[in-house]
Design a protein around this ligand. Structure first.
Ligand code: MG
Length: 248
């Protein structure tokens, strides 16, 4: 069931969203070659708890950290650990905060130093597909319009689209209905109404759609073994248009 939020609910979610955005800002500020993915998780945990919020990924379905930290060919659900970041890597940091029972969820793929032109373009295009999809999240539009926007934008540019994982509603729970896929048909699906809150999160591969899960049961990697980018915002559908609740 899809829950519709009141203005005051959305204000609380915005509070949770701001803390998540600050955690990403802190990561970006500290990001250096030589850091481990665990170092990134520590920053995220510190920033979220310093605000009196709860890192809502920690323990979610048994996940062992406050952030999913996914490097290069890792698409999502990277477990922070001893992997060191090298110059030219990309790293997706996916996290969320819970404040007074309201959740946020956001992700950004950072460059570690200088990356190749091809990878730079993958990041730019994936992020832009997110903003195009957000713009489609208007009252009266269909969920399929949002999904199709990501798909059309990324296919046109020759990328692979991860289809086994998708965006989602959010609120009291981190994952609520509806599912928000990164592929779909325009004009199809649920009609968007004022007060819906959901996460749009394109996961886009440099080559091929295929992904698989590593033996640790969590980390999803590309079948091609090459780069994947992931950008996510939590938004609210409002009378004034889509409102980004995790803006940095
Ligand atoms: Mg999400």
């Amino acid at each position: 069931m899809v829950s519709v939020k009141s203005k005051s609910d959305i204000e609380k979610m915005l509070e949770a969203g701001k803390i998540a955005a600050e955690a990403l800002n802190a990561v970006e500020e500290k990001l250096r070659p030589g850091m481990t993915t665990k170092d990134i998780d520590k920053i995220v945990h510190r920033v979220i708890t310093a605000h009196g919020a709860v890192p809502n990924f920690l323990g979610l379905y048994g996940f062992p950290a406050s952030a999913c930290v996914s490097v290069n060919e890792e698409v999502i659900h990277g477990i922070p650990g001893s992997r060191r970041l090298n110059e030219g890597d990309i790293v997706s940091v996916d996290l969320g905060a819970c404040v007074k029972g309201w959740n946020s969820d956001t992700c950004y793929t950072f460059k570690v130093g200088q990356v190749s032109a091809e990878v730079e373009k993958l990041l730019r295009d994936t992020e832009q597909s997110l903003y195009e999809a957000i713009a489609a999240a208007q009252i009266g539009a269909r969920l399929g319009d949002v999904s199709h926007t990501v798909e059309a934008y990324c296919r046109e540019r020759g990328y692979g689209i991860v289809q086994n994982y998708c965006g989602h509603g959010i609120g009291r729970e981190v994952h609520e209905d509806p599912e928000v896929p990164n592929h779909g048909k325009a004009g199809h699906g649920m009609r968007l109404v004022e007060g819906m809150t959901f996460c749009i999160e394109p996961m886009i591969n440099l080559r091929g759609d295929g992904v698989h899960t590593l033996k640790n049961g969590w980390t999803v990697v590309t079948d091609s073994g090459t780069y994947s980018a992931h950008f996510e915002h939590m938004i609210a559908v409002t009378a004034d248009g889509p409102l980004i609740l995790t803006k940095r």
